[in-house]
Design a protein. Structure first.
Length: 219
């Protein structure tokens, strides 16, 4: 396949984790490290949950940790410790992670074709902007959106800036597909770095206008 599938779109929204950078498994491990003082089975269940809920922000997941996994009341001090630990891990991950195959080439090509590119991610917005600047790809994107806004809210802001334009969302998770469907835009599913369940994968395949393994498939 070549980039002709993108020819009809003026605006392309990318998820980050598992689409731009190969970080999904590393970030799942980081969730476990953030709550490392808890029993092994609690950590294991939480990490498994995180694998199947990509696109939902850390701010929600760590709040859910207390009631759904630790079975204890919410504690603001512990919550902040979890967030700080996770953020420190993410900084290291983004500094060293590989770009997915074809990433830099497709971004350069789309920029040359005067496409308008955005990021809509469940990852922290300030963290992403810093990481993209540090890694030298910030210039490809008109804006980079992330949490604590939801992915749907990020997409709403993008679409408000792109009225009457043809838009596609390239993502690797159920949350990406649901966001695209909610906003009635096309969805391209990139599967190679997805860590979600088989059922979630099948749902994404069913709803996608195109399935790709990596961004290399678009070159």
């Amino acid at each position: 396949m070549n980039s002709s599938i993108l020819n009809k779109y003026e605006v392309i929204i990318f998820d980050c984790d598992g689409v731009i950078m190969d970080v999904n498994l590393l970030k799942c491990e980081a969730f476990g490290k953030a709550v490392e003082e808890y029993p092994e089975e609690v950590i294991r269940d939480f990490v498994e949950y995180c694998k199947n809920s990509f696109g939902i922000s850390r701010y929600i997941k760590f709040k859910e940790f207390f009631t759904k996994f630790a079975n204890e009341p919410f504690d603001e001090k512990k919550y902040q410790v979890f967030l700080d630990r996770y953020a420190a891990e993410c900084q290291k991950i983004y500094a060293l992670a590989d770009f997915t195959p074809g990433c830099e080439e497709i971004l350069s090509k789309l920029q040359h074709e005067r496409k308008t590119l955005y990021i809509a991610s469940g990852s922290d917005e300030l963290e992403l902007n810093k990481a993209f600047k540090d890694r030298g790809i910030h210039q490809y994107f008109k804006s980079i959106y992330g949490s604590p806004k939801t992915k749907s809210d990020c997409t709403s802001e993008i679409l408000a800036d792109c009225r009457n334009k043809k838009v596609v969302f390239i993502g690797d998770a159920l949350s990406d597909m649901k966001t695209a469907k909610e906003h009635e835009i096309d969805f391209v599913y990139m599967s190679n770095y997805s860590v979600q369940s088989t059922d979630q994968n099948n749902k994404c395949v069913k709803e996608a206008v195109q399935c790709i393994s990596t961004l290399q498939d678009l070159l």
